[in-house]
Design a binder for this molecule. Structure first.
Ligand code: AKB
Length: 313
């Protein structure tokens, strides 16, 4: 696995995954939608405009660059998807099955991340086991469950190497997320540095699993490189780092910015989504099958986030 196409390279994960993998010696083609220009820091390697729905064009890109692995980060996140279920299904399911068909034909490995959104209110929330009930009530979650099942199906039936991770909310300072339920955990750092205060759209009791981006990047590469012989699960692994409530992240920020003020302006649409999601993920399977270990604690992440955000405001 050395020649990688990252679809969604300009997004929150992609904009950091592409340089992370290039630094580690992979040839990475940065695939962007064409709606947003290629971020300048991705211009030191090959790039393509990619439409996930156009499998013929995708096939030509795969051939041109002799791609062996596709990491598909195209997705409409949970909150936005609720307003456009058909678009969420098109990208999240039709796009993914098209890619799996191409993978079957061209012997590609495929990684399409799943999410804590693949669980629902009937799932045990603390901890949420690896193998458990998955009846999500959001269209985003529904597409993620379908993707997990499709990955297993193409693996069992056609031998496609499809793997995935169930990401918690991801926190980073390079590219903002957009339209997710966990976005507040990024915004809070920017507002803390800019204004010293933040109004949380999720209530004080809302505990969600989260992860700092460097751990998510490492997890992506580690699961992609894991020895298939040692894996029992493929689609998709729970991966955890830490969980917190808005009060707890505020406390972490106050260690560096003592005057930071947290208030609440709860958004019922976001709260309803968060209330059906896990509070704490059990990631034993990832730990046992491919040696997953997070590096960053909440406080360690906060220290980096505040320092990096301060350089950028
Ligand atoms: C979202 O909030 O929609 C995403 C996710 C947890 O998948 N960050």
């Amino acid at each position: 696995m050395e020649r990688i196409l990252v679809i969604g390279a300009a997004g929150q994960i992609g904009s950091e995954l592409v340089p992370y993998m290039r630094e580690r010696g992979y040839t990475v083609v940065a695939g962007t939608s064409g709606r947003t220009p290629l971020p300048p820091h991705l211009a030191d390697g090959p790039s393509e405009t990619v439409n996930l729905m156009d499998t013929e064009a995708l096939k030509r890109i795969v051939e041109r660059h002799r791609i062996d692995t596709v990491i598909n980060l195209a997705a409409i996140l949970s909150a936005t998807a609720e307003a456009k279920p058909f678009a969420a299904w098109s990208v999240g399911v039709n796009g993914v099955i098209g890619l799996l068909e191409l993978a079957r034909e061209m012997k590609l490995s495929v990684l399409t991340p799943s999410s804590i959104g693949a669980f629902g209110p009937e799932t045990p929330r603390n901890p949420t086991p690896q193998d458990t009930i998955q009846r999500p009530k959001t269209i985003y979650g529904i597409t993620k469950v379908v993707d997990e099942l499709l990955g297993d199906y193409y693996r069992a039936k056609y031998g496609v190497d499809a793997r995935s991770l169930r990401f918690p909310g991801l926190i980073s300072y390079v590219t903002p997320p957009g339209g997710g339920t966990t976005d507040y955990a990024v915004e809070i750092y920017w507002e803390a540095v800019r204004r010293g205060r933040y109004a949380s759209p999720l209530g004080p009791e809302t505990r969600l699993p989260m992860m700092f981006m460097p751990d998510a990047l490492r997890a992506t590469v580690e699961v992609m490189e894991a020895d298939a012989e040692k894996l029992k699960h493929f689609n998709a692994f729970n991966v955890a780092a830490f969980s917190f409530t808005p009060d707890e992240i505020a406390e972490s920020i106050r260690r560096k910015l003592p005057g930071f003020e947290l208030t609440y302006a709860v958004k019922p649409n976001l709260q309803a989504i968060a209330d059906g999601w896990p509070q704490v993920l059990d990631d034993l399977a990832a730990r046992e099958e491919w040696g997953w270990r997070p590096e960053y604690s909440l406080d360690a992440m906060t220290d980096v986030m505040l320092a990096e955000v301060a350089k950028r405001v």
